[in-house]
Design a protein around this ligand. Sequence first.
Ligand code: NAI
Ligand code: MG
Length: 356
Amino acid sequence: MAKIAVLAGDGIGPEIIAEGLKVLKAVAPQHGQDLEFTEALVGGAAYDATGHPLPPETLELVQNSDAIFFGAVGGPKYDVIPDPNMRPERGALLPLRKKLGLYANLRPCILYSALSSACPLRADLVEGGFDILVVRELTGGLYFGQPKSWEGDNAIDTCLYSREEITRILHVAFKAAQKRPNKRVVSVDKANVLETSRLWRDTATKVAAEYPDVELSHQLVDATAMDLVRRPQSFDVIVTENLFGDILSDEAAQLTGSLGMLPSASLGQGTFGLYEPSHGSAPDIAGTGKANPLATILSAALLLRYSLGAEAAALQIEKAVEIVLNAGHRTGDIAETPDTKIVTCTEMGDLVVAAL
Ligand code: NAI
Ligand code: MG
């Protein structure tokens, strides 16, 4: 039996997680997956109840789980907590990623053909949609390297990577590519000027030798930024270091139209992972039924794929989402026109379950 820690959090968190759970509970038994769900408090909800955004009980639960199914945390009510380390994102989400060693962030940026009018690019560039997986290194590079300082008129950040850190993230990218139809990895760096990028490129070439079925190419980050808006359909898996990945994953995300469609997975050693929508707690629409649960439902698919090895179950969810979109069902964030008939968060979850 697989143990899933369910951390719904704040704002729309509980609403979208409810729909994700509905879908997981419908699909898992069809694939022989026996899942045990345990809910725990996190973020503002945990702060209100216990005085800490990541209480010891929650940390203990996740450390004894196979995966975390996470909603979102934060909201204006918690922005005024005097100690910034007690605020939901800094006090719960960042420590979770760090304590659990989640060094790989996977963000599938999919433009569904039914939603291609939501893409800001010219129609002929994205006809039929696209499917890009951005794999970002999350715990190294410029964000964490020492020394780091600002004194007077001089400031320093250090970009530091070890071969080991690069190797492990590349394995995540190549393994993910093996599960995809096109099996292509673009390793993104700035090897014409950065030493860390030269080490990255050398490592990528060496790791690629272990995956003869996957095609590796190298690209400079500036060229990748251009190609993402010039020919997004040419990409399959993109793997890159922390800073480049931060920027490129947001660029790719914007091409898909709505934050409400974007799932994510954060992986560490082994099969453990944290799965959450890429968006936040959307306090402006919490409690109104307007939240799009598809990013969370698609995150549930990633949980099945990466933590439980249940590829067929993941594909079944992704196919169901496509069926629902092709049938024209829309939450407000993905509605094409003001006349589009809107479904609620719960109705969208029910539609996906029906399409399974
Ligand atoms: P947000 O992602 O919560 O919302 C941005 C905009 O997108 C809002 O207009 C919201 O209504 C809309 N939106 C987001 N998700 C949606 C969905 N599923 N369906 C329909 N519309 C959706 O970002 P914002 O407003 O900057 O942050 C709100 C709170 O969330 C803040 O406290 C922030 O710190 C926190 N946050 C938490 C994250 C996490 O838990 N991983 C990530 C990002 C922000
Ligand atoms: Mg970002």
